[in-house]
Design a binder for this molecule. Sequence first.
Ligand code: KPL
Length: 300
Amino acid sequence: MQTSLQDHQWHIAGPGAIGLLIHSFLYKANPDLPPILVNRSLQGTFTTYNLTNCDQKIETLPVQWFEKQHHISHLIVTTKSHQVIDCIKALSSYLQPDATILLLHNGLGVQQQAIDTWPDFHFYLGTTTEGAWKQADNIVVHAGTGDTRLGNFTNKQPQWWLQSELRDIGFMWQDNILAQLHLKVAINAAINPLTILFECQNGQLLASPDRLSLMRALCEETYLVLTAEGYPITDLVSKVTQIAERTSANYSSSYQDWANQRKTELFSMNGYIQTLGKKHNIKTPTHDKVMAEVAKKAIL
Ligand code: KPL
């Protein structure tokens, strides 16, 4: 008999805004087998949360929390990148030996580390442009509809249910997810640290020649490094400029981390480019300088 999403109980680790948004998609797709949230201790103990969308429609959804007797066969990790490895470690005795794990976080580097550490789990990598934020611990605002794309390291077709059933909750399969993730890192590495350095919204990076020339220098180094790694990104400067224009009123995720005294994810953005630079013997002086400056004010 074929299995489907409806037969899998998903666990979600990292109930931030995106984690709860995915919880709501899964819950609505199959209320009979509701997803389970882990990390109770991190996020309080609410039993329902409100999901509000741009039309101000409010839905109240119930929460089922992880209990120690649960076995985890399907896990979505939406924590910050630096929490992923510890999160999987903490859950490892509950995870089935062949568990399916979707990693949905910013940046790169951690995914490879997870695959190397747990070769028997089936890891999938993803990226989302859904816009969501938390108004309070138990209030999620779905601020903008986006895409969530998934793929894997080997580019092999996924188990059929993942491809067909995750479509129910708006997830799409992406054949070359690594190219997509490298493009995202290249964009983040040119925007995110500069928004902390200049304490500004994304669009304000385009407003002065000094900021623009730093952004260009970051792009040039990133281009060389990613080309050596097999991901040449043509017209990176115009891609970055377009994103900065399109998100001009946004404060980048790293800016928000810094402003809220949280650790940033820059180590898996610019830090990833620096690591690849060392691997390919390509110097990255602008990344080094920018990271050193950011380190004076933010937790990297
Ligand atoms: O992904 C982003 C982030 O803030 O992390 C960008 C694209 C820069 C939008 O703010």
